[in-house]
Design a protein around this ligand. Structure first.
Ligand SMILES: [Zn+2]
Length: 218
């Protein structure tokens, strides 16, 4: 998702090199030909992009929650509830804060690393390669964020549906293979994985966690 914004920054940096009429420039020369301005525009673009992505994701998250809730209960679509649920900071932050944090980080990362390359006398291809690399890395991070947030809404919709169905206890189920992490194993082993539904661990525990909860009768 960051590729377009990074490409715009690359265009600005290309122009800086063009104006300087050199293949290698110092940070001072880069600033003289508009590096600070290019960074400022980059941050502005990032903010706009984050807002747009957050709005889009919010709607997808609501739909995931609603679909699971409805398929678990057969009840009507709980739109108002879904809107509230997506905003909840379920592991310290909500989706919107996480997107904003990633944008902050890519911004810092870009400024620090471009300046570092320029200080070492790096040439234009090096700066561009660096930026493309950062775009890929952060786009992958963003995709993981989306997957995790949507998966959380699937599981939450299901859990709230079970609550609506008056389920009292749930059982924690991991995939049971060698890829399950120690935290998830311990949650599955604790009290044989049986929890009061109100006290059940929040899922997923981490990106790519495949654990889920099923109704349990004592
Ligand atoms: Zn897990």
């Amino acid at each position: 998702m960051y590729n377009k914004t990074i490409n715009k920054l690359i265009t600005s940096i290309n122009n800086i090199y063009k104006k300087s009429k050199r293949e290698e420039i110092t940070i001072g020369v880069a600033r003289k030909y508009g590096l600070s301005l290019a960074f400022k525009q980059f941050q502005k673009d990032l903010n706009r992009l984050s807002q747009k992505e957050a709005n889009k994701l919010s709607k997808e998250m609501q739909n995931h929650y609603i679909d699971k809730y409805v398929s678990t209960t057969g009840a009507r679509r709980p739109l108002k509830k879904a809107k509230e649920k997506v905003m909840y900071p379920w592991s310290g932050m909500n989706f919107s804060q996480r997107i904003a944090k990633n944008s902050q980080q890519i911004n810092q990362h870009v400024i620090q690393n471009v300046e570092k390359v320029l200080r070492k006398g790096g040439n234009k291809p090096q700066v561009i390669a660096l930026l493309l690399d950062i775009a890929d890395k952060f786009t992958e991070r963003h995709n993981t964020l989306i997957r995790t947030e949507l998966w959380h809404m699937d599981l939450l919709g299901e859990l709230d549906g079970m609550k609506q169905n008056k389920v009292k206890y749930v059982k924690y189920i991991s995939q049971g293979d060698h890829r399950v992490c120690p935290e998830c194993i311990s949650l599955e082993e604790y009290n044989e994985g049986i929890y009061l539904i109100e006290e059940a661990p929040i899922l997923p525990r981490h990106p790519r966690c495949r654990c889920h909860l099923i109704p349990y009768e004592k």
